[in-house]
Design a binder for this molecule. Structure first.
Ligand code: FAD
Ligand code: A2P
Length: 270
């Protein structure tokens, strides 16, 4: 049973959804699944507002990428735990049976429609920025539209990669999507502050050509390559510069081009 004082019941709200499972990955990261409103339609890669009732009795909501694919009957989220964060200091204590608020209005730029057709698709993420790609890596359209998919995820430590690495490990044998995934998905997880088999920042590994050498492929070019980016503001700014250096241009839902970007979170003072 959960602590009723910590997670107030929100059954009276129309947008309440029930938590079905919670997994704690590190002291800073957890994932959870909730029931899906029957009416909710979204495109894999989009985000919604979720939250709890705040101390003032009003909804306390934050943007969250939906980490599950559009076909999943539940919704999955992958979350940071900010010690003093208004929402996550409390959200990290949710347990199965608890309820959260979920506003069923999905939006976002990390969607297939925002990219022109291409041959290779690059998912570039740091930290919890892997969440929209956890959705897109399980989306059939990803494998129908592209010949090769590269998932580059960078964290400070190995433990922070675990959610993504377990998800990828399970994909090939997934009864629904496994056959489509086949050998198309290439997962390149790196750390920057702890030794691991693959090391270094995504920006450095792209700029140096290390990643292209690793897979024995040609460097990025605007004809073949499409990219989706999700990380801290600093990461997004630096990756954009690298992608533009390869000749890729930023697109949007209304103006598809070669790459799209979304913030994984809004940093302090930004
Ligand atoms: P806040 O007051 O919101 O944040 C406090 C500080 O914590 C921030 O200033 C920042 O420095 C840091 N911080 C916040 N979020 C993160 C993070 N994810 N990683 C590292 N540091 C962080 N968060 C998720 O955990 N998972 C998601 O899928 C996710 N998707 C998002 C999608 C969008 C489009 C945006 C704009 C944000 C997203 N966020 C996501 C961030 C999320 O909205 C909240 O900021 C986060 O849940 C913390 O809420 P809080 O109220 O506890 O603290
Ligand atoms: P580094 O350890 O070299 O700073 P954070 O936890 O600070 O959000 O960082 C998550 C991961 O993203 C870390 O591995 C970090 O590497 C990397 N990172 C942070 N800022 C950038 C950036 N501007 N360009 C590339 N990688 C970055």
């Amino acid at each position: 049973m959960s602590d009723a004082a910590a997670i107030p019941a929100i059954k009276t709200l129309p947008d309440a959804q029930t938590v079905t499972s919670v997994t704690h990955w590190t002291d800073r990261l957890f994932s959870f699944r909730v029931t899906r409103p029957q009416s909710l339609r979204f495109r894999s890669g989009e985000f919604v507002m979720i939250g709890l009732i705040g101390d003032n009795g009003k909804p306390l909501l934050r943007a969250y990428s939906i980490a599950s694919p559009a076909w999943d009957e539940e919704l999955e989220f992958y979350s940071i735990k900010v010690p003093d964060g208004p929402l996550t200091s409390r959200l990290q204590h949710i347990r199965p049976g608890d309820e959260i608020i979920l506003r069923p209005k999905p939006v976002g730029t990390l969607v297939h429609d925002a990219l022109l057709p291409g041959k290779r698709l690059w998912f570039l993420a740091t930290g919890t920025g892997i969440a929209p790609f956890a959705s897109l890596m399980r989306e059939p359209e990803t494998y129908e539209k592209y010949e090769e998919i590269y998932m580059l995820h960078t964290c400070r430590t190995v433990a922070e990669l675990e959610y993504g690495s377990q998800l990828v490990a399970g994909l090939k044998n997934d009864p629904l999507i496994g056959e489509l995934v086949g050998d198309k998905l290439r997962y390149y997880p790196t750390t920057t502050r702890e030794d691991s088999p693959l090391m270094g920042r995504i920006t450095d590994n792209l700029e140096s050509g290390k990643i292209f050498d690793h897979y024995s492929i040609a460097p990025m070019n605007p004809k073949d390559d499409r990219a989706m980016v999700c990380g801290s503001l600093a990461f997004n700014v630096d990756v954009k510069e690298v992608l533009e250096g390869f000749g890729l241009r930023e697109g949007a839902n209304s103006d598809p081009k070669e790459y799209v970007v979304e913030k994984a979170f809004v940093g302090d003072g930004i």
